[in-house]
Design a protein around this ligand. Structure first.
Ligand SMILES: NC(=O)c1ccc[n+]([C@@H]2O[C@H](COP(=O)([O-])OP(=O)(O)OC[C@H]3O[C@@H](n4cnc5c(N)ncnc54)[C@H](O)[C@@H]3O)[C@@H](O)[C@H]2O)c1
Length: 249
């Protein structure tokens, strides 16, 4: 299950500490891939790229905002310029702007859908041009269980994540004949900066609901993403793998 000689882009990978994108980048590099750490916060992308290099991997940082088609195209072009190919795209960049429907502003809706859904579309389109020519590629979209079951206070986020699942299935049907696999993962409660900010009591209640009796770690998501990028998963496309300790089954 090696990824040596392969080149991967991870969007939104700049969150140091507990980011899911960072964990995915580190895990892809450990499996042998050269990794492009992309984020719209330049110093964060640099920091994670340095972490990968310190851990013995190959990485470069590229600043890009996934909501801008010019940035997504430049991200792919610079990657191919630097490494000569592009094998793997992980659409991880995502934000939340939670509010109840009647209080949700149009701006809250637009910014979440633009980042989480349009961003994945723009990066997938830019990467697919190269992958179609190569007749080979793996794309993994980071969705969420909320995109499957919905969540009060997250109409924008859940719609964007449900949308990314439909995007995954449609592109799988379009690009399967070009040897491009595209799948989604739907994480449940993962311990990140976001969940760390919640009160301990709420985290205890969340943990109690999970059959495996623990919250997920970013590495729990990263391990499945790496598997989806390997040849071991070559007959899998258009699927959504829920990584939630059994919470929603
Ligand atoms: N944390 C969870 O419990 C959880 C659960 C399910 C799904 N997810 C999904 O996993 C992904 C990563 O989540 P996380 O918790 O690590 O979040 P995070 O906020 O720690 O990381 C998201 C990263 O995306 C970057 N980003 C935001 N907007 C961007 C843009 N327009 N262009 C480029 N980069 C941008 C941020 O700078 C940040 O580094 C997201 O898609 C999120 O929706 C998280």
């Amino acid at each position: 299950m090696t990824l040596s000689n392969q080149v991967a882009i991870v969007t939104g990978a700049g969150r140091a500490g507990k980011g899911i994108g960072r964990a995915i980048a580190l895990a892809l590099a450990k499996a042998g891939a050269s990794v492009v750490i992309s984020d719209f916060v330049p110093e964060n992308a640099d920091r994670v790229a340095n972490e990968v290099i310190t851990a013995g991997g190959k990485a470069i940082a590229i600043t890009s905002d996934v909501t801008l088609s010019s940035d997504c195209e430049e991200l792919v072009a610079r990657t191919v310029n630097e490494f000569g190919r592009l094998d793997i795209l992980i659409n991880n960049a995502g934000i939340t702007r939670d509010n109840l429907l009647l209080r949700m502003s149009e701006d809250d809706w637009d910014s979440v859908v633009n980042t989480n859904l349009k961003g994945a579309f723009l990066c997938t389109k830019a990467a697919a041009r190269i992958m179609v020519k190569q007749r080979r590629g793996k794309i993994v979209n980071i969705a969420s269980v909320m995109g499957i079951v919905g969540n009060a206070g997250q109409a924008n986020y859940a719609a964007s994540k449900g949308g990314i699942i439909a995007l995954t299935k449609s592109v799988a049907k379009e690009l399967g004949s070009r040897n491009i696999n595209i799948n989604a993962v739907a994480p449940g409660f993962i311990q990140t900066v976001m969940t760390d900010a919640l009160p301990e009591e709420l985290r205890d209640r969340m943990r109690e609901q999970v059959p495996l009796k623990r919250l997920g770690e970013p590495e729990d998501v990263a391990n499945i993403v790496v598997f989806l990028c390997t040849e071991a998963a070559s007959y899998l496309t258009g699927q959504v793998i829920t990584i939630d300790g059994g919470l929603f089954m």
